[in-house]
Structure formats: C-alpha cells, structure tokens
Design a binder for this molecule. Structure first.
Ligand SMILES: Cc1cc2nc3c(=O)[nH]c(=O)nc-3n(C[C@H](O)[C@H](O)[C@H](O)COP(=O)(O)OP(=O)(O)OC[C@H]3O[C@@H](n4cnc5c(N)ncnc54)[C@H](O)[C@@H]3O)c2cc1C
Length: 499
C-alpha cells in the first residue's frame, strides 16, 4: 500500500471500543477502515472476559434483573470521585441505547451474574454486566476466525480451547464479522504513527508499512481507540503508573501509546489521573504477570510477612493497595495443599506449578517457618500472620480486613468464609502488580470528541477505550467497566460523525 487511501472513518486500534465504532459506522453507510498495528484483531479486549458494564439494558430486563439508569446513577455517584458528570450522564443515557442497537444489528448479549466492585448505594445484587453470546469458530467466516486474537492462555503459553469463542473473543469476532460483512476494511500490521491535520481539522492518519510511510484519509473523522500506554516504560514512568511493562496484560508489542501521543502533539489535552485498571499479577517463570482474581483460600503477605488487605477484594482495589508501599511488590501468596498444589484462585494464565517451583516463582515447604526462610521473609512474623489468619477462619470473622463479608468476596467461594491455611505442604507464589491497561489519555467530551486544553474540540478527532481518559477516573465500578465505557463512547463518536 503506497498511495493515500480515503475513507469516511478511520478507526485506530481493534479492541472492543474500536470494533464497536467501526461496525456501527460501516453499518450506517460510512466507509470505514480499521488500522491495526499487529497481525491480529482484538488486542487486550480479545483476552478479556467480555463483561460489559452497560447499566439499564434490555438484556438485564430480559433476565429479570431489577435495575434502571437511576440506580446506576446512584451507584456511580457513590463510587466515583469528582467525575465529569456530563460524561457520566452520556454514558448512562447511551448504555441501553447501544445494547439495543447492537442486538438489533445481530450481536446478541446475555446477562452475566458477577458482583459489582463496591458496596455502595445503588449496587445491584450480582451486578449489571452483560456479555456477548459465545460463537462457534465454524460459524464465522474463515478470514474472521483467523484474524481474532486468541485467548490469553493460548497467546501466552499455548493452552486453551479454539473451537468456541467466548467472552472478549466472542465480542471481537461478532463485531468483526458484522463489520467485514457490511463491507468494512481491516488493515493489519499497520501501526499508526501520527495524525494528518488539514486546516485545523484532523483529516487522517499517518501509518508505517514495511515499504515506508502512508497516509489514510478520513472524510468524517478519526476514532483513536488503540489501548493505553501500558506497554511503554518511559510513558508509564512519566505519568506515574506503577507496575511494569513486563507485568501488563496487554498483548506483547501492542499498546505503547503513540496514538495518544499523536493527539497530544496536535494540541489535545490529556488527563492521566485515572492511572490504570490494576490487579494482582501472579509472576510467571518468564517474568510476566498473570491477571489473578477469585482467591478461594490462602493469604497475601508483604516482604515483612504481614497481610495488608482483604485478598478477596475486587482486583483493581487490591492492586491499588498493593501499589501503596514498596514492600508489597513483590508480595507472596501463601497457600496450602488443599487444592493439590494448584493456586486456589483464577490466574490467566496460571502456568505449570512444576515449572514455577523449578524457577522459584513458587516455593514449597513442609512448615510455614521453612517457607518463610525460603522466600526471605521473617519466619516469626509469617508464622504469626498465618496463625492469626487461621484464627479468623475458625471464628468466621476477619478482624483485620473483613474478608468474606462482602457479596464480591464470596462470589468465588460459593458463599463459604475464608478457609484456613493449615494443610502441609505449604506454598508461596510470588505476586507483582499487573494491569489490564492504563486509563489515562486524551480528554474527550460527551460525544467522544477530543478536546484541547481550552475545552474546544479538535474537529475530526475522537477517542475512546483506554486511549481516552476514563469516564470513571481512578475507579473501577464493576465488571465490564473498561469495555462498556469504551463501546459507549465509540458509538457516541460515530453518532457525532453521522450528525
Ligand atoms: C484476562 C483479562 C480479562 C479482562 N476482562 C474484562 C472484562 O470482562 N470486561 C472488561 O470491560 N474489561 C476486561 N479486561 C480489561 C479490558 O480487556 C481492557 O482494559 C480493554 O479491552 C482495553 O481496550 P482497548 O481497546 O483500549 O485496548 P485493546 O483491546 O488492547 O486494543 C488496542 C488495539 O490497538 C492496537 N494498537 C495500539 N497501538 C496502535 C497503533 N499505533 N496503530 C494501530 N493500532 C494500534 C493494539 O495492537 C490493539 O490491538 C480484561 C483484561 C484481561 C487481560
């Protein structure tokens, strides 16, 4: 590709927000191209569980969940910290409309019972998240099936099913199928490097092919929805994002933030205060971190052998507490052999326990004191911590951190209170601070239009997903907040382009 190409809409990136925008734009009759840096479509969104936090939808109503936009408004009012209320209102108003539009366009969803992340007014029991209905690989056109990024376990360690696409894979596959079927164009292996500006209006993107630079022009607008800068060490440091590029969950070689930088380079305002979507990360033998949630037993300790939080907290909340003190990274998750030497949690991917033990990301010992010695934490302190924790398990009350008291805590244990750590041999698994992406980026308005510092819009430029500063700021209200907000603002951007 050497000549400039012209479309109505250029979408940069191919995650859930990007593909929602691309699908809706193409379906509305706008010629649309998706510009994707890697050979595969879907990014971190394809790794995801596909939960979409889209309150007040017809999918919830079908499932008999009592909820309303008003309930979600109360919940966000209690959970968010100084939000841009106009954007919050736009999110709330458009969520049900978007779900209706997608379902009408042939993308079916179902309710996903998954507890919300804060015990706050307006919380709905078992949540207000929905997910796309799974799809069989054989029901996709072969070119689409080949383009969708595999699940994280397969992408990183070569494990996992291939025949049914569920969660984030189903989301990407269904949107991609619809997009391609409607005549949309996907250009892979094409990193966007900058924005083309024509008389104060963004009129396209610059991108790099193996043969050299190209320009792709957009008559209506450019939607930047290409992840955050989680894979860029310098940018992380510059904006105070804790963690490490090795520990992020974004696919390797994807989200390094140049689309955000391109916006800033032409005068866009950026807001980095949302920081990131965090989680405890099980350290892998190759130095990576694995998104881990749903601890069923065991306890997390710092370098001093002390607990510092309720291990069953929603992962972003736990991750933020982990980031508060240097002795918490790395932490050690101490567990017993009640699950046969497997981690009593969901880690994506978990990795092979034998390999973990061989390289020392996990250690095993017959007593807690020996375990402490092997991981280099004070034995007296760790023994006292485990004894105290076991006492809480016996009494049913975690007097230090309240583990087991919230609906979310017991979601993964089937309602049971924390179980003691008392069955030898004992294990300790090293944990780092991982993330599901950064959430600081371009400042946008209620229609996803990118703003300058003075609040004026940059004509022709839109942003959503982790390329835009999150509508939720530093909070993660519930399962599916990243994808839900990404999809809503991408859709609103397309509406604005159509207006
Ligand atoms: C295991 C796991 C489970 C999760 N589950 C959920 C869930 O259930 N619900 C939820 O809401 N969130 C979930 N998340 C978080 C969520 O997946 C991400 O935060 C979100 O998908 C990020 O979307 P995005 O579009 O910003 O980035 P991505 O989905 O990563 O997509 C960005 C794309 O842009 C491309 N790109 C980057 N730079 C360029 C460039 N210069 N030019 C062209 N293309 C570029 C990348 O290659 C990539 O394909 C989960 C995350 C993980 C890892």
């Amino acid at each position: 590709m050497t000549e400039a190409q012209v479309y109505d809409v250029v979408v940069v990136g191919s995650g859930g927000g990007a593909m929602t925008g691309a699908f809706l734009a193409q379906r509305a009759g706008l010629s649309t191209v998706v510009v994707e840096k890697t050979p595969l479509v879907g990014g971190t969104s394809a790794y995801s569980g596909g939960a979409c936090w889209l309150p007040g939808s017809q999918v919830q109503q079908r499932a008999g969940i009592s909820d309303s936009t008003d309930g979600a408004r109360s919940y966000l009012a209690a959970v968010l910290d100084g939000p841009d209320q106009e954007r919050v209102e736009a999110f709330l108003a458009h969520s049900p409309e978007l779900v209706a539009e997608l379902e009408e366009a042939g993308i079916p969803f179902e309710w996903l019972p998954f507890s919300e992340y804060y015990d706050a007014p307006g919380r709905v029991a078992m949540g207000r998240s929905i997910q796309p209905v799974s799809i069989k690989r054989g029901d996709l056109t072969p070119e689409v099936a080949e383009l969708v990024r595999p699940p994280v376990e397969r992408d990183r360690v070569g494990e996992g099913g291939r025949n049914t696409l569920s969660g984030g894979q189903a989301l990407i596959a269904r949107l991609l199928e619809g997009f391609v079927g409607a005549g949309g164009t996907v250009l892979t292996d094409l990193p966007m490097t900058g924005l083309v500006v024509d008389a104060d209006r963004v009129s396209g993107v610059a991108a790099m092919t193996p043969e050299g630079p190209v320009e792709i022009h957009a008559r209506r607008g450019v939607l930047v929805a290409a992840g955050g800068f989680e894979g860029n060490a310098e940018e992380r440091a510059a904006h105070g994002v804790p963690g490490d590029v090795a520990w992020t969950m974004a696919p390797r070689g994807t989200n390094t933030g140049e689309p955000i930088a391109a916006g800033v380079a032409i005068g866009a305002a950026a807001d980095y205060s949302g920081v990131g979507w965090f989680c405890p990360g099980l350290e892998q033998p190759d130095g990576g971190g694995s998104f881990t949630l749903g601890f069923r037993s065991g306890l997390m300790v710092d370098a001093n052998g002390a607990r510092y939080a309720n291990e069953a907290l929603p992962y972003d909340r736990f991750g933020r507490i982990m980031a508060e003190a240097p002795e918490r990274i790395p932490s050690w998750f101490v567990f017993d052999s009640r699950e046969g030497g497997r981690l009593p949690a969901i880690a994506m991917p978990e990795g092979d326990p034998a390999e973990h033990l061989a390289v020392g990301t996990w250690v095993q010992a017959d007593t807690i004191s020996d375990l402490a010695e092997r991981i280099g934490v004070p034995a007296d302190a760790l023994s006292a911590t485990v004894e105290r924790f076991n006492g809480f398990c016996a009494s049913g009350v975690d007097e230090d951190f309240g583990r087991g008291q919230d609906e979310y805590d017991s979601f993964f244990t089937g309602g049971a209170s924390p179980t003691p750590c008392d069955q030898a041999p004992f294990y300790a698994a090293r944990f780092v601070l991982s993330d599901l992406g950064t959430k600081g980026g371009l400042v946008t308005d209620t229609a996803g239009r990118v703003l300058r510092e003075d609040g004026s819009t940059i004509p022709g430029l839109y942003a959503s997903s982790n390329s835009a500063a999150s509508v939720f700021g530093p909070r993660y209200p519930g399962p599916g907040a990243p994808l839900g907000s990404a999809m809503v603002f991408a859709s609103l951007a397309v509406r604005d382009m159509l207006a």
